[in-house]
Design a protein around this ligand. Structure first.
Ligand SMILES: N[C@@H](CCC(=O)N[C@@H](CS)C(=O)NCC(=O)O)C(=O)O
Length: 242
């Protein structure tokens, strides 16, 4: 059976759960406790050397990381229902879109970590922080953890992150065009890639921008996404406790 190492509120994990749910694939759930930094443990780093969630363990025991790659792999191995356009050009556009969205993750971190990880990290002593930072594989995430622990994002930085995420909605508005989905004429991994971002924009970061008066096509797209049974099955719940 597939084993998914994930966290319920992690954007990248949410993508993979959406993909698994669309395909109706069963999996064993291993929740990684990011507050306890389980994802930086030597055991987890063997599964995902980048020290982030998610990671998928295949039936034969091999591990796969990177949510976009995992979704593409699942679609190749379980092609029904298809989650990639059949046209090679559109597939290439889909991959570029996933890459573009991946590059925006830092802007979500600004809004997401403050709810839990930053609260935990702020309690660490300087020695604990130094020790923990050594275990973070990437410079970029070392910086994110340092910011979480010692240097909260300023209002200017939050505004800039919000601006970049609203630009994502502008870009989606153009891509949807006269159709319904982002790439081609069917729901695909291109849509899945951005669902966790839109969820956070809608619930906290810039809900006004999700109004039909601001981004009409994105608003219709978001209603259609949320109506999919897989959206419920994937448990894309609210990020912050009610
Ligand atoms: N590009 C990666 C990003 C994975 C990622 O950033 N995961 C976040 C949660 S959404 C994480 O593990 N953050 C904890 C950390 O950076 O320490 C993917 O798509 O799988």
């Amino acid at each position: 059976m597939l084993v998914l190492h994930h966290a319920w509120r992690s954007s990248a994990s949410r993508r993979v759960r959406l993909c698994l749910a669309e395909k109706g694939l069963a999996y064993e759930s291993h929740v990684v406790d990011m507050e306890k930094l389980e994802h930086h443990s030597p055991a987890y780093l063997k599964i995902n050397p980048n020290g982030v969630v998610p990671a998928l363990i295949l039936d034969d025991g091999r591990a796969l990381h990177e949510s976009g790659t995992i979704c593409e792999y699942l679609d190749e191995v379980h092609p029904d229902p298809p989650l990639r356009p059949s046209d090679p050009y559109q597939r290439a556009v889909m991959r570029n879109w996933i890459r573009h969205v991946d590059g925006l993750i830092g802007n979500l971190i600004v809004f997401n970590w403050v709810h839990s990880l930053a609260k935990v990290a702020a309690q660490w002593s300087d020695e604990e922080l130094a020790e923990r930072l050594k275990k973070v594989p990437s410079k970029e995430r070392q910086e994110a953890w340092y910011r979480a622990a010692r240097k909260p994002y300023t209002e200017e930085e939050r505004a800039e992150a919000r601006r970049k995420l609203v630009l994502l909605l502008d870009r989606m508005e153009e891509m949807i065009g006269q159709g319904r989905w982002l790439v081609g004429d069917a729901y695909s991994i291109a849509d899945i890639a951005v669902v966790p971002f839109v969820k956070r924009i809608d619930e906290e970061i810039a809900p006004d921008e999700m109004q039909a008066s601001r981004h009409p096509r994105v608003a219709a797209w978001w209603a259609a996404v949320q109506a999919r049974p897989a959206f419920t099955d994937a448990r894309i719940g609210p990020f912050t406790p009610a």
